[in-house]
Design a protein. Structure first.
Lengths: 123, 297
């Protein structure tokens, strides 16, 4: 059982550590996932162009504003059905640099074939 | 029906350009030819009836010209196949049916009346093939012709570009009835292999169909979708894509995005056409000859 004084010192130390960020060191040491929200809507993605860093883990939060869509990023073996009224999360780590296409792979209407975007991965 | 060799000589004599290329099975086994007879069929694909735009200023005339060219073949084929995208897609179900009706009316002028249709994603993916079936019947089926077993596979009625477990089970059951050396031709719209998934040139579960086909020695696939001639092998299975009849598309990965190639006024209908396929049944070999939309002779 801590004394009141020891408890006070402990809390003060904890508060200092939080403020200085030292408590967060463990968390910060893990590769932090970058979260990017992408909305699909017939017949485009917003945003339609993404830039990521090689090796930086990313989570894509995908939503659809109208009908079921696909999100397919074949070069990274990433794909998902994007269902209206639901957030679909896919995570991956870009392991190569370059410019890559992502596209809707569920036929969604008369301009479906124009529904694609571009991912650029930089070093 | 003349033999394939005679027909080849005829094509040369008629000055119809280069002689077709023969594609034989990569495996040494030769099918039993008992009761078989060489023949040829014509493949047309991706007519996209209803499309309008600069990539084809003769959008309303190209199909009719192709029909006339097929009708002008001195020796008519045993049958004709259309491997999908008969019509260009539209969100409007009334317009979709109007396009299908017009298409059907135009191709009714073909002299050969044994015509097999298949859907493409433009025909079938927005209503799971409902309108297509009203006009053209089943989206997957089999038939046998002079010793060759034909299988029409539907990889477009599911908008996710899936063949689907039910159809795969149907395929497996059909194949069980075939000898492993039987000459088998698969007709489909999308490539069954991952030609260019970045451009949607793939079938998501196509590998499952190819796994089922692999034990069979003599399998050849004819398909459309990519609007250009293309030849590929997955193991011993040969895949041959056909040109379209509305606008050509670029070679896989040759430019950043898939988009119709521009119309060339100096060379109208360039990149468009149809093909004849001479089946040499005993060898399970297929001689493909490409024809332009408008024949010069």
């Amino acid at each position: 059982m801590m004394t009141s004084r020891r408890r006070l010192l402990y809390l003060a130390a904890a508060a200092f550590a939080l403020a200085s960020g030292s408590v967060g060191t463990y968390v910060m040491a893990q590769p932090r996932e970058r979260v990017i929200r992408i909305q699909a809507k017939r017949f485009s993605y917003t945003p339609g162009e993404l830039t990521l860093k090689k090796g930086e883990p990313v989570v894509l939060e995908l939503t659809s504003a109208d009908v079921m869509m696909g999100f397919n990023l074949p070069d990274f073996n990433v794909r998902a059905d994007v269902v209206p009224d639901k957030v679909t999360r896919v995570s991956f780590v870009p392991d190569k640099t370059g410019t890559f296409i992502f596209l809707c792979d569920i036929f969604c209407g008369d301009k479906h074939e124009e529904m694609h975007g571009q991912l650029t991965v930089v070093a | 029906m003349p033999s394939a060799i005679n027909r080849r000589q005829f094509l040369q004599l008629a000055g119809l350009g280069s002689v077709g290329v023969v594609f034989a099975s990569a495996l040494p086994g030769v099918a039993s030819a008992a009761g078989s007879e060489d023949f040829y069929f014509v493949q047309l694909s991706d007519t996209h009836w209803g499309f309008e735009g600069p990539p084809n200023p003769d959008a309303k005339g190209t199909l009719r010209k192709a029909v006339a060219s097929v009708n002008a073949l001195a020796q008519q084929p045993d049958f004709i196949v259309f491997t999908g995208d008969l019509t260009h897609t539209t969100d409007n179900p009334v317009e979709r049916r109007k396009r299908m009706s017009e298409f059907r009316q135009i191709v009714a002028d073909l002299r050969v009346k044994n015509v097999r249709f298949m859907p493409g994603e433009h025909d079938a993916s927005l209503d799971f093939g409902k309108a297509y079936k009203e006009f053209f019947g089943a989206t997957n089926y089999t038939f046998d012709h002079k010793g060759v077993h034909f299988i029409a596979l539907d990889n477009v009625s599911d908008p996710r570009a899936l063949i689907g477990e039910e159809q795969l089970a149907w395929l497996a059951a059909d194949l069980k009835e075939q000898r492993t050396d039987a000459p088998i031709v698969v007709l489909t719209h999308r490539p069954l292999f991952d030609l260019m998934p970045q451009w949607d040139w793939a079938t998501r579960d196509g590998a499952k169909a190819l796994d089922l086909l692999m034990p069979y020695k003599n399998v050849t696939v004819f398909y459309g979708h990519i609007h250009q001639e293309h030849h590929h092998r997955t193991g011993h299975i040969a895949h041959h894509a056909a040109k379209g009849l509305m606008f050509p598309l670029p070679a896989p990965g040759s430019q950043p995005a898939r988009a119709p190639l521009p119309w060339d006024p100096a060379q109208p209908y360039k990149g468009l056409g149809f093909r004849s396929v001479d089946a040499e049944v005993a060898q399970a070999a297929y001689e493909i000859t490409e024809f332009p939309v408008i024949r010069s002779t």
